[in-house]
Design a binder for this molecule. Structure first.
Ligand code: AMP
Ligand code: MG
Length: 352
């Protein structure tokens, strides 16, 4: 299959861009797949109400079919068709955070095929905060199922070239809307339990949600590497976000971390391996690896989130065998950053 590639500037959706979005909407309506930008990461979209489209999404990504898809809508009113009932809690959260990086899990209506929900009776729903995405959802009939637009297991794409790398030839179209704003996937909150539970941390933190609806709980498996519990979001049990080489997170006092990483990279280099390091503004000049990625200021969590997946994909581009990353504070958005980093490293952590 030939994959069409179009570039659209979110800040300038002119008539040509509108035409391209309408064309993409038609592709989705007739059962095809389109990768598109959202504010979190790029999504791989198909018609959420068409079981055949969902099957195609799993096939294109190589995603296990028990890992449900998130349904993207452009109008809160559209919740009614695809859920059993829209609770007061859901309305409050939608008002506070949509369009935005919050996914809510609710009981599904029979309009949503089990192929889209990985066989579950619940459905995950969000409204993305990106003009291209919102226009595309409207143009395609209102309901786009879209997981991240990467081959299953690899870091999610925050720029279109990684959608091209993973999906070119397998899907109908890719819309390049530039580098995404946030860089980590949405927060997922399950509203079907008595106390709403965060199943995946993201840009919207537990504190932000609690200010709107009161107490929420957090799935213990999110950052606890020793936990033998099964995560409540089926997708969270899979190895994910991983670069091709071996990644180790090193935590401890800054000078010790730098010293340790430099000693380890020296050893690896002596064995003929290519080494990469993920550091921050305050340490970046101190490392001696082949490739050094600076995620920005340690206390600027937004910048770190924005750069993390790109850094991991670039390590793959550069053929890096051995990687070390500094560790980050896991409060606030830091919980989402550490959750992704720990998964990328297969929970391979050294504490000094
Ligand atoms: P992705 O689309 O790649 O961002 O992954 C979607 C995430 O949402 C996966 O971790 C899924 O397991 C999770 N998810 C989607 N639908 C549900 C649901 N109905 N119940 C629990 N988790 C869900
Ligand atoms: Mg994903």
């Amino acid at each position: 299959m030939e994959t069409e590639l179009v570039v659209i500037d979110e800040e300038n959706i002119n008539t040509e861009a509108e035409k391209a979005i309408n064309h993409a909407g038609e592709i989705i309506k007739r059962g095809g797949l389109v990768a598109f930008p959202t504010e979190t990461v790029y999504g791989l979209g198909g018609d959420a109400l068409n079981p055949e489209s969902s099957r195609k999404i799993y096939a294109a990504k190589g995603r296990p079919s028990d890992n449900p898809l998130i349904v993207h809508i452009a109008d809160t009113e559209d919740l009614k068709l695809i859920t059993e009932d829209v609770s007061e809690t859901a309305v409050k959260l939608a008002k506070a955070f949509w369009p935005g990086p919050l996914t809510m899990i609710m009981n599904k209506s029979d309009k949503v095929p089990l192929e889209t929900t990985g066989g579950l009776g619940t459905v995950a729903i969000r409204m993305p905060n990106n003009k291209i995405a919102l226009e595309l959802i409207k143009a395609s009939g209102g309901y786009i199922a879209a997981p991240s637009a990467n081959t299953s297991g690899r870091p999610s794409p925050t720029v279109a070239r990684y959608c091209v790398e993973d999906l070119s030839g397998k899907i109908d179209m890719i819309i390049d809307g530039g580098q995404v704003g946030i860089g980590l996937e949405s927060t997922i909150v399950d509203l079907t339990s008595d106390v709403p539970m965060i199943l995946r941390p993201g840009y919207i933190t537990a504190d932000m949600i609690e200010k709107v609806i009161g107490k929420v709980s957090i799935d213990k498996t999110i950052i606890d590497s020793s936990s033998t519990l099964k995560p409540k979001a089926p997708g969270m049990k899979y190895k994910h976000y991983a670069p091709k080489g071996v990644l180790t997170i090193v935590s401890g006092p800054q000078d010790k971390v730098v010293e340790f990483i430099n000693a380890e990279t020296e050893k690896a280099k002596a064995e003929g391996k290519k080494c990469g390091v993920i550091g921050t503004d305050s340490t970046i000049t101190l490392y001696k690896a082949d490739t050094i990625k600076n995620l920005g200021k340690r206390d600027d969590e937004n910048a770190i989130a924005h750069e993390l997946f790109k850094a991991l994909r670039e390590f793959d581009d550069e053929g890096i065998d051995v990687m070390f990353s500094e560790s980050f504070d896991d409060s606030g958005i830091g919980m989402a950053i550490m959750n992704r980093l720990l998964k990328a490293a297969g929970h391979n952590v050294i504490v000094l």
